[in-house]
Design a protein around this ligand. Structure first.
Ligand code: IPE
Ligand code: IPE
Ligand code: MG
Length: 241
């Protein structure tokens, strides 16, 4: 029997973890309950992706626009984030996870900023999965920051006349990471919500109606299976690949 070929796995998965609030509401529970369960699912997915030896995972945890939610909900999310990082630092270290963030983390409460810095430091030498949390992240903001750095000559050692694609990439929060190969969005919304607009240029998109608190390893496997069947042509024709 011919051995089953290893399906092509993405090197970088990005996930828009959406639907926490609606999931809770449908069960007659407060939105907080959805976020609480959402964090558990995030942890399960981090473990699953690490076990698959996929090197990069970016999770959209809090957008720039999410600051406009009721204060109570924002506070809840910040509290959960702080708690998660504090209590999972050791586990990340043990599992070889390197923790990083993208987004305007200066806007986060100071206690959260501190635990972020600590988690990054503790896990800096992780050799397995790089886990990237998008926090207070907005893609337009990220691109505008890069452009403004150039306009105000804040990029050391440069005086740009013409900018190359890789030079702009190097000014983005994601400069140390490859572009995502696969984007997953849960909850049946078909939009990007200002997530990684530059980096997703050639990413395979996968949408599912499943709400994030119900997303399981089986759902991840389904997304990966679908991904393995896609033909990524990057503008070429099949015969050239
Ligand atoms: C995603 O779930 C989590 C965050 C945006 C922080 P939502 O909170 O957006 O849940 P829905 O979309 O309202 O159901
Ligand atoms: C996107 O979800 C942001 C995160 C998942 C963190 P939202 O629920 O905020 O997106 P919109 O506002 O419905 O587009
Ligand atoms: Mg939502």
């Amino acid at each position: 029997m011919t051995p089953c070929p290893m399906p092509t796995l993405p090197k970088h998965i990005a996930i828009i973890m959406d639907g926490n609030g609606r999931w809770a509401k449908a069960k007659g529970q407060p939105r907080l309950e959805g976020h609480r369960r959402g964090v558990e699912v995030a942890e399960e997915m981090i473990t699953a992706v690490n076990d698959l030896k996929i090197p990069f995972l970016t999770l959209y945890a809090f957008s720039d626009e999410n600051w406009n939610r009721p204060k109570e909900e924002v506070d809840t999310l910040m509290g959960l984030l702080e708690w998660f990082l504090k209590t999972r630092q050791e586990k990340m270290l043990k599992n070889g996870i390197r923790f990083r963030t993208i987004g305007d983390t200066q806007k986060l409460p100071e206690s959260v900023q501190r635990v972020i810095a600590e988690t990054m430091e503790v896990t800096a030498h992780g050799k397995a999965l790089t886990l990237i949390l998008a926090l207070s992240y907005g893609a337009r903001n990220e691109i505008m920051n890069a452009v403004n750095k150039i306009l105000s000559n804040q990029v050391p050692g440069t005086r740009y006349q013409v900018l190359r694609e890789n030079e702009l990439s190097d000014l983005l929060d994601t400069k140390d990471f490859p572009d995502p190969d696969l984007l997953i969005r849960t909850s049946g919304e078909y939009r990007l919500s200002n997530f990684l607009l530059w980096q997703l240029a050639y990413t395979e998109l996968y949408f599912t109606k499943t709400m994030w608190p119900e997303f399981s390893e089986a759902d991840l496997a389904k997304a990966l299976e679908e991904y393995s069947k896609r033909e990524r042509r990057f503008g070429k024709i099949s015969e050239q690949l």
